[in-house]
Design a protein. Structure first.
Length: 418
């Protein structure tokens, strides 16, 4: 059996490489002689710069930057190797990620992307002709205002005073003075790898969808949405933006960073078109018997451009069965079936607290992968037995209709595809 393990990282807990290693240990307990292809994947969030540097023979450049709550943090960007123009990778999570915001300071109305602008400037200092900004795992909702300020723009209220850091202050924005912007931006290709499903404003806007997990109260969600709509209005006017920054694809990436960078000429690109360019995911999937993917939570957001759904979508090109593992199963998880995931399962053996779940993540992954794979193989055996008895190839168990609430009980149905 050849198994491809292509997971995402578990936010604030395990890197994608650690997740893949944990799953592989569980697989080995069940199928010791399996050929396992491990391909940890990144979506522009944590680990993206290191992954792209590693896959291209590049290097990591350390920097001290302004963190999301205004204090200095140890950060980095990458210089990619290989042919072509000198390319830098700025991972916004490395300087403005949620893990850098202490739990008792999680206020998305005050956090800033200033460090992102500082890393872009550092990449320009390093001679980058092209800068790829990876969006994901953000702890901010300032629309990229902090990044533009760090790059030289002045955000002014009606009295000519500069606005303080944070998205909440954007409700007072009157105009932007772009005269001090770093002139090198005009001669640099700026690409933003983002989830095109993330919009800046409205019912599906970034404040409403992601604000609560960054610490926003219901009242703050409304405040932030109004502030980001004001931000888009002034950006479009003062930078002469012709597109729609409120609801354009990817404008809400990383708390609206996509919109801010788009205003200064960045191109917003579907992240997997950019980030998977340097790995042979499709080649591995085409040779697999089973594909296992994973992320921290499988819920309604998974099918909206997350790694497990992208892996499943590509796997289905080759007719491969896909099993997804998750730290938690959330609302509307059943929607992932529509993206090509055949079955999913949670890894926790019993209800445990968040701290314990995060500290024992690799252990739970190995055990959860073992349990799930045993169910898959049981389903495969029952399917084969039904086929042998019927003599028609119809099988007793097949991948077909599924309940909306089933998780572990559905895993055995994936075996019918093996």
């Amino acid at each position: 059996m050849r198994i491809v393990i292509a997971p995402s990282g578990f936010k604030e807990s395990l890197s994608a490489a650690e997740v893949a290693a944990g799953i592989a240990r569980g697989v080995r307990r069940v199928v010791p002689d399996a050929t396992i292809d491990r391909l940890p994947l990144v979506d522009g969030g944590e680990g993206s710069a290191a992954a792209l540097a590693g896959s291209t023979g590049g290097r990591i450049v350390p920097r001290i930057t302004t963190g999301p709550v205004g204090r200095p943090v140890a950060s980095h960007f990458a210089i990619m190797g290989g042919p072509g123009p000198r390319t830098a990778v700025v991972e916004m999570a490395a300087t403005a990620g949620l893990r850098l915001v202490p739990r008792n300071e999680r206020d998305p109305g005050r956090t800033t992307t200033a460090g992102v602008g500082e890393l872009i400037a550092a990449a320009l200092d390093a001679g980058a002709a092209r800068i790829l900004v990876g969006c994901g795992d953000s702890g901010t909702s300032d629309g990229g205002a902090g990044a533009l300020q760090a790059l030289g723009a002045r955000l002014l209220d009606a009295y000519g005073n500069e606005l303080p850091a944070g998205g909440a202050a954007l409700t007072r924005l009157d105009r932007i003075d772009p005269s001090g912007l770093d002139p090198r931006l005009k001669h640099t290709e700026l690409l933003v790898a983002c989830n095109p499903c993330n919009l800046l404003c409205g019912p599906d806007g970034v404040a409403r969808v992601y604000g609560p997990q960054k610490g926003a109260s219901p009242a703050q969600v409304d405040e932030l949405d109004a502030a980001l709509c004001r931000w888009a209005e002034v950006l479009e006017r003062d930078f002469g933006v012709t597109g729609d920054l409120r609801t354009g694809p990817g404008t809400g990436a990383s708390g609206g960073l996509g919109a801010g960078l788009a205003a200064v000429g960045a191109r917003l690109l579907p992240r997997f078109e950019v980030l998977l360019e340097h790995v042979d995911l499709d080649g591995l999937l085409s040779r697999a018997d089973l594909v296992i993917t994973a992320e921290g939570a499988i819920d309604r957001q998974t099918s909206r451009g997350k790694i497990p759904s992208e892996v499943a979508r590509r796997a289905k090109r080759y007719g491969k069965p896909v099993l997804a593992l998750a730290g938690t199963i959330g609302p509307d998880a059943h929607l992932v079936y529509g993206s090509g995931i055949d079955a999913f399962a949670g890894i926790l053996p019993a209800p445990v607290g968040l701290a314990e779940a995060m500290s024992r993540g690799e252990e739970f992954l190995a055990d959860g992968a073992e349990r799930a794979l045993r169910m898959v193989l049981l389903g495969a055996a029952l399917n084969q037995a039904g086929t042998d008895q019927a003599g028609t190839g119809s099988g007793a168990f097949r991948v077909g209709s599924r309940s909306e609430s089933g998780a572990v009980s559905e895993v055995s149905s994936a075996g019918a595809a093996l």
